[in-house]
Design a protein around this ligand. Structure first.
Ligand code: FDA
Length: 308
């Protein structure tokens, strides 16, 4: 129930307007968002790098309906690539198709992402294409196929909660693509997505096996200890080395587990978002674990209350 409440709020313009002007809400969201600026994201990245953790930076933004906004997002990513190179940070980049103009025109979105992939290729960097809600997926995969034909340095996220994902994964593997497997963060109807979490988890395990057996490098993105253990066990049983795949997690989520994976010698990359457009991203994080809100409010209250 709470998942649906937070996911509907993530699309509510009125609440977004109030929340993004609230200093309290901004303070709470900082658990999951590295800051407003590229400089802050680079500083957070360097700190993570010093603990052996790689990063993929995300400039927050989505559902763009205006060409100028899409262009501003492209420029932010081009600057991000310059900033990463200049600082020597160990970070790839991750972007959303609807931030790049997918809702305006597919061709525009393709050419925008291509500009970023091209610059990333010149820096020897890598671009992840996030996957969004189900109506965008056909177009996102079409764009990815074209991009992958031109640039080897692009990967795409796929969601285990969708019935269609096995087919999509096989198609992407057949063109030599790179996949980040996630469970899926949007509100989807039972016509397209498993309503039962057990089915989502079962699909996640099977897709993990498909990716690990492909002989290519992919990312398993989850904070679910059972999915992580399954990945570790399956890889060990099939002679797949720790360098053959990576785990990915979100900035601010399950830091204990992050530390454990690093100390056990696994590759770990954190998704580090920054920017002003934090509201929908933050609401999806609350939807994944509503108890986060109580926890975060508790933290803020502790900071506001005088210490005796
Ligand atoms: P699940 O939701 O079952 O959670 C398992 C456990 O993890 C929980 O019990 C809790 O302990 C912990 N946990 C999970 N989420 C938490 C949170 N927000 N706060 C605190 N604890 C939490 N989705 C998408 O649709 N498109 C995309 O492109 C991406 N990209 C992406 C990149 C990366 C690097 C990650 C890690 C995730 C995504 N996602 C995503 C989000 C993904 O779809 C999913 O919503 C979240 O990862 C939560 O699912 P889990 O696999 O962690 O399992």
């Amino acid at each position: 129930m709470w998942r649906s409440v937070f996911l509907s709020l993530s699309n509510n313009g009125g609440v977004r307007h109030v929340a993004t002007r609230s200093r309290l809400a901004r303070g709470i969201s900082s658990r999951f968002v590295a800051g407003n600026t590229l400089e802050e994201a680079v500083a957070a990245t360097k700190e993570l790098n010093s603990h052996g953790i790689s990063v993929e930076m995300d400039y927050l933004g989505e559902s763009v309906t205006d060409r100028l906004q899409a262009e501003a997002a492209v420029r932010a990513y081009l600057e991000m690539l310059d900033g990463i190179a200049a600082s020597g940070a160990d970070s790839q980049v991750s972007l959303k198709p609807t931030q790049m103009g997918l809702a305006i025109e597919e061709e525009l979105c393709l050419s925008n992402i291509e500009r970023i992939a091209d610059k990333a290729a010149r820096y020897g960097n890598f671009v992840w294409v996030d996957i969004e809600d189900s109506p965008t997926i056909d177009r996102t995969i079409r764009i990815y196929r074209t991009l992958r034909g031109r640039y080897p340095n692009v990967g795409i996220a796929l969601q285990s909660y969708l019935y269609r994902t096995r087919r999509d994964a096989e198609e992407i593997l057949s063109i030599g693509g790179t996949i980040r497997l996630v469970k899926g963060a949007y509100q989807e109807p039972p016509e397209v997505a498993f309503p039962d979490k057990r089915d989502v988890d079962r699909a996640f395990r099977l897709l993990t096996e498909l990716l690990l057996c492909s002989g290519r490098f992919h990312a398993i993105a989850t904070h679910d200890e059972r999915m992580i253990q399954h990945t570790i066990d399956f890889a060990a049983a099939h002679g797949i080395s720790r360098e053959g795949f990576e785990f990915q997690m979100l900035y601010g989520v399950r830091r204990d587990l992050q530390e454990r994976l690093i100390s056990d010698g696994y590759r770990l990359r954190l998704y580090v978002p920054y920017g002003e457009q934090w509201y929908p991203y933050f609401m999806r994080r609350l939807a994944e674990r509503p108890a986060n809100l109580v926890f975060l409010l508790g933290n803020v209250a502790r900071e506001l209350l005088p210490v005796h």
